[in-house]
Design a protein around this ligand. Structure first.
Ligand SMILES: NC(=O)c1ccc[n+]([C@@H]2O[C@H](COP(=O)([O-])OP(=O)(O)OC[C@H]3O[C@@H](n4cnc5c(N)ncnc54)[C@H](OP(=O)(O)O)[C@@H]3O)[C@@H](O)[C@H]2O)c1
Length: 344
């Protein structure tokens, strides 16, 4: 259904999920398009980013950001067109990166909005390779992972928004890159299209054995986005002085209890100690926000030169956002997941 000029379709949190979210945890509703007051900008959403962090936002557990309240519009990064403006810095027709959430229209006071080129040919990239996920890949790998040419870098969720970029940067830095991804199709893609050296399917039997074969010299950098069985397979292969940027632990995002024993904390701590491994978590904008410009310049060049290829999974229609988000937590996306709400 095309966007209306009077009705604001929006998806709100209907209930807090326990375990994996279901479609019933979200509600699509209609509201009037809001009217801007002095200092406001009215935004019409063109693209909405769907990201794993949203699973944390719909829980009440401790997190680095406040949860979405039941009944509130789901949060999310967006690329929008300015439809009306009573703000001196924005005019009708501007294209902006912002945080309008899962809805057709939103008001903004201008804070947190970034102007994009109005003629930008690929606006969705501001939500992916040139935006938060690309920035996450860049800082996590280069600042925490510190890869050195000739080393082995292993990347979890290798075909996804962050992982696809991590592996390509590691190749640029002269490393041997081994991806871990769900399924043969994703594995073939990261090797054939993105230039990884190897890829191991985490759905198959004996992941530890197959990963060991793919990493004959051990692992110097492991970019962690998954946790669970994938980390269990990685841990014994980590080399002395390995670095582990801890970006995410998606295998546990829907978990309702701790994984079954035995308790592996002692094994992990012992491995860190004996091998002098650096394992560091990070929250991209909290830790690196001031360095976005450095990233944007480097990544802009790499994308222009086709040294970093863009991997996007664009789904059309706001009404499909729920299923797409649920699928993201099951590995159904193929590249950066973006909902397109309108053609222009
Ligand atoms: N720290 C930060 O500031 C920051 C910023 C951005 C993202 N992140 C984290 O980075 C990770 C990747 O995010 P993304 O946006 O790039 O997502 P993504 O990789 O595009 O999509 C998520 C992927 O995770 C994998 N996955 C889902 N459930 C899984 C499970 N139970 N076990 C193993 N793999 C599973 C699937 O890939 P396969 O089919 O290949 O398994 C799925 O396609 C997430 O953990 C996210 O929370 C952190």
């Amino acid at each position: 259904m095309p966007q209306s000029s009077t009705v604001n379709r929006r998806i709100v949190l209907n209930a807090r999920p326990r375990g994996a979210p279901t479609a019933e945890d979200f509600r699509l509703e209609n509201a009037p398009v809001p009217t801007p007051a002095a200092g406001d900008v009215l935004l019409r959403t063109l693209y909405l980013s769907l990201d794993p962090y949203m699973r944390g936002r719909i829980s009440e557990g401790p997190s680095y950001a406040a949860p979405v309240a039941v009944g509130d519009v789901m949060v999310g990064g967006t690329v929008s067109r300015v439809e009306a403006s009573l703000h001196g810095d924005f005019k009708v027709g501007d294209l902006v990166l912002g945080y309008a959430g899962w809805q057709d229209y939103a008001l903004s006071d201008g804070r947190g909005l970034t102007l994009l080129s109005p003629e930008e040919p690929h606006p969705s990239r501001a939500l992916g390779v040139l935006g938060m996920p690309g920035f996450t890949a860049y800082m996590g790998l280069l600042d925490i992972g510190q890869p050195v040419s000739g080393e082995t870098v292993v990347v979890a969720a290798a075909s996804g928004a962050v992982g696809s970029v991590v592996g390509q940067i590691a190749r640029i830095k002269g490393c041997t890159v081994v991806g871990i991804a769900g399924g043969q199709k994703k594995c073939r893609y990261v090797i054939d299209e993105l230039g990884f050296d190897f890829c191991v399917d985490h759905h198959g039997a004996d992941l530890p054995g197959r990963l060991a074969v793919a990493c004959p010299k051990g692992i110097d950098v492991y970019f962690e986005s998954v946790g669970g069985d994938v980390f269990d397979a990685v841990m014994p292969l980590l080399n002395v002085k390995a670095r582990v940027p801890v970006c995410g632990l998606i295998a546990a995002y829907n978990a309702t209890e701790l994984p079954p024993g035995p308790d592996r904390l002692g094994l992990l701590a012992g491995t860190l100690l004996r091998k002098r491994i650096k394992m560091q978590g990070f929250i991209i904008f909290d830790d690196y926000g001031a360095r976005f410009g450095e990233f944007a310049e480097a990544m802009g060049e790499w994308v222009k030169e086709n040294k970093v290829k863009v991997s996007e999974d664009i789904v059309f229609g706001l009404k499909n956002a729920r299923e797409a988000f649920i699928g993201l937590l099951q590995g159904k996306n193929f590249g950066k997941l973006v909902i397109q709400l309108a053609h222009e």
